[in-house]
Design a protein around this ligand. Sequence first.
Ligand code: G3H
Ligand code: 13P
Ligand code: ZN
Length: 311
Amino acid sequence: MPKVSTTQMFKDAYAGKYAIGAFNVNNMEIIQGITEAAKDLNAPLILQVSSGARKYANHTYLMKLIEAAVIETGLPIAVHLDHGDSFELCKSCIDGGFTSVMIDGSHHSFEENIAITKKVVEYAHAHGVSVEGELGRLAGVEDDVNVSDEDASYTRPEEVQEFVERTGVDSLAIAIGTSHGAYKFKPGQNPQLRFDILEEVEKRLPGFPIVLHGASSVVPEYVKMINENGGKMPDAIGIPEDMLRKAAAMAVCKINIDSDLRLAMTGVLRKYFAENPSHFDPRQYLTPARAAIKQIVAHKIETVLGNAGKA
Ligand code: G3H
Ligand code: 13P
Ligand code: ZN
């Protein structure tokens, strides 16, 4: 099975009322942990690469590692650019073998967002690559950009049809209350998502795949593990998993998860070093770190995405 675009995956996910997990990758252990979990559960998968990941690990290294995972697992895997911020970056990823790109024009005006998204769509479609656009603005941290709660804005359902028609995008990320990073809600706050907006979008775009960014649940077990082993994370609150499962049964076909993987890896590494202060062989400490990634991804497939057995 070669790398695939997201087109068929999303058709099946929409009809089957489940979502595909899009997990961020930065190195070999993360790729192995994610793909081993997906293989065990026979789940289709999106591996996504941010521009920061591409700078950290290098395009070719990541591509070859993902190609190795495709061979090893035999799974349908899409390789996706996360938060592309320019036509040039999207083009470089398309030319370099990605099967899907996101052009994130959400910080531009509506007209500018349409213009840049349309330009990427034209190039991508000519190369058999699918495109995700974004309308509305999530709070939180992406790369070096920190969007404050005041600057965040929900997606306006009345804009989605025009955006999709004029750009030709294949999927649309919307803002309904999720946000990037580990601090999505304040202590004492009751986490809520705007399902009314999702329903309205679904009505206006029947059958069209919707994407949720910022969908980590900030699993308390790993925050606790970090803090019990020398870490100092303030109260971190994420998106309740039952809300994500509900969204996955609606029009949401792609759910982005990165922070939960980072927390799992960090928690297990801190614990490992606390228990084994004299160890210094990376293979020793990266083995449990990779196992933690596998465990959290299996958990997401089973409890949030509902896509086990769908590959
Ligand atoms: O939404 C952003 C993802 O978590 C990727 O984060 O830009 O730090 O690689 P990054
Ligand atoms: P989290 O920070 O909630 O994991 O979101 C990741 C994401 O949206 C990547 O694009
Ligand atoms: Zn995101």
